[in-house]
Ligand binder design. Sequence first.
Ligand SMILES: N[C@@H](CCC(=O)O)C(=O)O
Length: 285
Amino acid sequence: MFSSSIFEGNLDDFSEQEAQRSPIGVFDSGVGGLTVLRQLYKQLPNESIIYFGDTAHLPYGIRSQAEILQYVREILNWMQQQRVKMVIMACNTSSALALENVRQEFNFPILGVVLPGAKAAVQMGKRIGVIATPATAKSNAYRQAMMEIKPDVQVWQVSCPEFVPLIEQNRIHDPYTTQVASAYLEPLLKQEIDTLIYGCTHYPLLAPVLRSLLPAHVKLVDPAVHVVTACAQDLDLLNIRNNHLPMPTRFAVSGCPQQFAQSGLQWLGYTPLVEQVYLTDATVS
Ligand SMILES: N[C@@H](CCC(=O)O)C(=O)O
């Protein structure tokens, strides 16, 4: 279901060698996609990556579908100009609200996080909680994906509007964050969930807080792990894995590069060099 068979385009623009060496594009509204980047480093260490954080438009989770579609198209156009061979939408909100609309518009495979996360979750549990941004929760994307795969699972979704701003402000260890998390988890704990999906790529950064509030038997599903596994399978199917040394990861943001570099240090363990890109300008050719 989630493989390159879904990719109906072709990479004809590229010679085979260029496709193998080309970078994978990864984007999110902010630092959340770094959870996917860390998985890429772990599972696909030879790949070159271009990371884009649309920090000027953060948070995505409170925006309309029309806005998300516009941002996602601008980002994908820019990615195309950078000659990426594949893109991972390291953002659940974009995956839930825009992926199906834009997939056919570009001549490279585009992977989203919702389906790999949903597939993994139904293999792990029967009473599944989803914590997500307001837009992702409202879209019902996780519930629909899980019901399609396994109609007998029970799914409860909670919208967590405060999480992304708290994470972007680096307030993970603020007692207020624990208080907010406890309120968000309460309805799920009442339903005695056995599995919880991080329905936003920012949320694994809250793992210590969430783990401390959950009973030990509740399993946590991080879709970042599973989208990267799907990415590896697709690279193999298309024969475009990079067998050479990767280029250093390139980071670009639409907002403040310094702020992103600071958070980057915390989540990546090194300070990334970050450039600023004005997307509307970049896509006018
Ligand atoms: N990383 C987020 C986007 C969060 C936001 O900007 O609201 C997601 O997976 O949905």
